[in-house]
Design a protein around this ligand. Structure first.
Ligand code: AMP
Ligand code: MN
Ligand code: MN
Length: 319
């Protein structure tokens, strides 16, 4: 039996946490473990806490029961932290981990320092892939499988990122055998965009600039642009990916303003630059080919700081 299941068996009350600005792997892994526990251990109390999750994931079971606020009066026997590279990324819900009698982290970010009592950190495609290995396969229902499949397709960009392995595909195959509606999941949660999402994507790409002989591409969305189009941060998913596939680009950088002069930074690389190293310098983290951090200052300074470290790596590589 996995360490996760051992800990679940010992607990009567369980909190499940992910990271701020939850993505498909985060929502998928949290709802997968919640659904699994509710089906296998109906006597236990389990509650998922996340910042407002994107509605495109509302087809997942128990989506409506996700709590978006902290209740100071409640504490738990066990806290399960999923897909969150460090404690800060648990956001306000970190208090549940601190106060729980026991805690476990399951994560696939190489930069994760391991901040719980038990830490299972492996460099695989997604937290959902890791979670699959910690659950008993024959006890995974179609509802749990839909969560796991969602996480895998989001973190692999539908099986095309270099983090996709034959095991990733095999697990996706097992989820298909469980009966998940995969064309619907892929179309509705990954590819479909609202009109304004397409507009802001177009605007960001239109105004993008290239640097370092076209090896770096950069775009920014400011608060006022987001207000103009009436979009929120989850509507910006996919912009950095569109920048990354530009011919000749090694690194794509996308910024959006979360507060006055505060920017959420997303970076993607294609072949050799390790963007997690760059993100770590600025207090963030992630993976070799996809990483992020939060930086403050004006756009020019933020960009200069980032490109300095990126240029160093490009020079190292080119010799
Ligand atoms: P994003 O660009 O936000 O999609 O993030 C790319 C990858 O880096 C994801 O796996 C994130 O979980 C991770 N990441 C993003 N921002 C941070 C951060 N501030 N700290 C640690 N990891 C991050
Ligand atoms: Mn994530
Ligand atoms: Mn992930």
């Amino acid at each position: 039996m996995s360490r996760l299941l051992e800990m679940i068996e010992k607990a009567d009350t369980i909190a499940v946490l992910g990271h701020v600005r939850p993505d498909g792997d985060c929502v998928g892994s949290c709802l997968a473990v919640c659904t699994y526990i509710r089906e296998q251990y109906p006597e236990k109390k389990v509650q998922v806490y996340l910042e407002k999750p994107p509605v495109k994931f509302s087809y997942l079971k128990h989506f409506e029961e996700i709590s978006q606020s902290v209740d100071d009066a409640v504490s738990y026997d066990l806290c399960i932290c999923l897909d969150s590279a460090d404690e800060e990324r648990l956001g306000d819900f970190a208090v549940y981990r601190k106060e729980a009698k026991a805690s476990i982290v399951l994560d696939h970010h190489v930069t994760n320092p391991g901040y719980a009592d038990e830490n299972q950190i492996e460099d695989v495609s997604s937290t959902c892939e890791l979670l699959f290995g910690a659950l008993e396969c024959d006890k995974i229902s179609r509802d749990t499988a839909a969560c796991i499949y969602t996480g895998i397709i989001h973190d692999t960009n539908v099986f095309k990122n270099s983090n996709t392995t034959s095991r990733t595909m095999q697990i996706a195959g097992v989820m298909m055998d469980k009966g998940v509606d995969f064309p619907r999941i892929i179309n509705d949660s990954f590819y479909r965009k609202t009109y304004v999402q397409n507009q802001i994507l177009g605007r960001a790409v239109l105004e993008s600039v290239t640097l370092l002989d076209g090896m770096v591409i950069f775009a920014v969305v400011r608060r006022k642009d987001m207000d103009f189009y009436g979009v929120e941060s989850s509507d910006l998913d996919g912009i950095v990916e569109q920048l990354r596939i530009t011919d000749g680009v090694e690194v794509a950088i996308f910024l959006y303003e979360t507060d006055n002069h505060v920017f959420k930074v997303s970076m993607r690389s294609n072949h050799y630059v390790d963007v997690s190293r760059v993100a770590l310098v600025f207090g963030g983290g992630g993976h070799v080919r996809a990483a992020g951090c939060t930086m403050s200052g004006n756009v020019h300074d933020v960009l200069n700081n980032l490109t300095g470290y990126i240029e160093e790596q490009i020079k190292e590589y080119k010799g």
